[in-house]
Design a protein around this ligand. Structure first.
Ligand SMILES: N[C@@H](CCC(=O)N[C@@H](CS)C(=O)NCC(=O)O)C(=O)O
Length: 226
C-alpha cells in the first residue's frame, strides 16, 4: 500500500509503515521527545524500536547508521530513512490515514506556521544553551550562554501572549507539541526558569505535561553543572 500525502506544495509518496521501525534517540533531545510522545499517543510502541545513539563523539558507530550523526532518525526494514523531527512526525502520524496532529489549513496557514516557527526557535535556543552547559567548563562559551539565555527569556515573554491564539488552544498540533517539548526543557536545564514569570504559559502546559506520553519521556536527570 502507498499513501500519497499533500505536504505544502509537494506530494510526498510514503510507503506504508513497516511492522518494524527503528527510531534512533538520545534521552535528552527535545526533538526526539516530540517523536517519542507521538509514538505513545498513537500507541505505536510495538512497531517502533527506540535505539540509543551516541552523538557528538569521534568515530561513533552511529555514523554508519546516519552520516549526519543527528537524532531523531527513523529507519525501516524496507529501506525508508527519515531525517528531522518534523518529517518523522509526519511520517509516523500520516502513514495510517488517521493523523492525530491537526495540520494547518488554508484559513490559518500563516498564523499556524508563524506559531510553529516561534516554537521551533524556542527549542533551538534552549538546545544550543543546554548543549553549551554540558561541555567541560573550559570549553563553554560564556557569550553563547548569555545570548541564548536572553533569547529564551524574550521568547517566553512573547509566548505569554501568543498562547491565547486559538491554534494553541485547539486539538493537538505541531506548534503545540513543539512548544510543549521546548518548555519542558526546564526538566533538564535548571537555568531555564520561565514558570514563575509566565503563569499563563505554565497553566497551558500543565494538562499536556501530565499526559502519560510526556511523563514516560522525561529526561532521566538534570544537567549536572560544575
Ligand atoms: N532540526 C533537527 C534538529 C535535530 C538536532 O539538533 N538534534 C541534536 C540533538 S538535540 C543532535 O542530534 N545533535 C548531534 C550532532 O549535531 O552531532 C530536527 O528537528 O530533528
Amino acid at each position: 500500500m502507498r499513501l500519497i500525502q499533500p505536504w505544502g506544495h509537494f506530494y510526498v509518496a510514503l510507503q506504508a509503515l513497516d511492522k518494524q521501525l527503528q527510531l534512533f534517540i538520545t534521552e535528552y533531545s527535545p526533538y526526539v521527545r516530540m517523536v517519542r510522545i507521538l509514538v505513545r499517543e498513537k500507541k505505536l510502541q510495538a512497531h517502533v524500536e527506540e535505539v540509543p545513539a551516541r552523538t557528538r563523539i569521534r568515530n561513533s558507530p552511529y555514523y554508519d547508521v546516519n552520516v549526519a550523526g543527528r537524532v531523531p532518525f527513523l529507519r525501516s526494514s524496507k529501506g525508508v530513512e527519515v531525517q528531522g523531527s518534523r518529517l518523522i512526525l509526519e511520517y509516523l502520524d500520516q502513514h495510517d490515514g488517521c493523523p492525530i496532529l491537526e495540520s494547518a489549513n488554508e484559513a490559518n496557514y500563516w498564523e499556524y506556521s508563524r506559531l510553529e516557527e516561534s516554537a521551533v526557535v524556542v527549542m533551538d535556543s534552549i538546545s544550543v544553551w543546554s548543549r553549551e552547559l554540558k561541555r567541560p567548563v573550559d570549553d563553554r562559551s560564556k557569550t553563547v550562554i548569555e545570548h541564548e539565555t536572553a533569547r529564551s527569556r524574550r521568547l517566553a515573554e512573547k509566548w505569554e501572549s501568543d498562547i491565547d491564539s486559538p491554534i494553541m488552544r485547539g486539538p493537538l498540533n505541531y506548534p503545540q507539541l513543539t512548544l510543549a517539548c521546548a518548555l519542558c526543557m526546564d526538566q533538564w536545564n535548571p537555568y531555564f526558569e520561565w514558570r514563575n514569570a509566565q503563569p499563563k504559559l505554565e497553566a497551558w502546559l500543565k494538562p499536556l505535561e501530565t499526559r502519560p506520553s510526556f511523563a514516560e519521556t522525561e529526561p532521566p536527570s538534570k544537567i549536572s553543572i560544575n
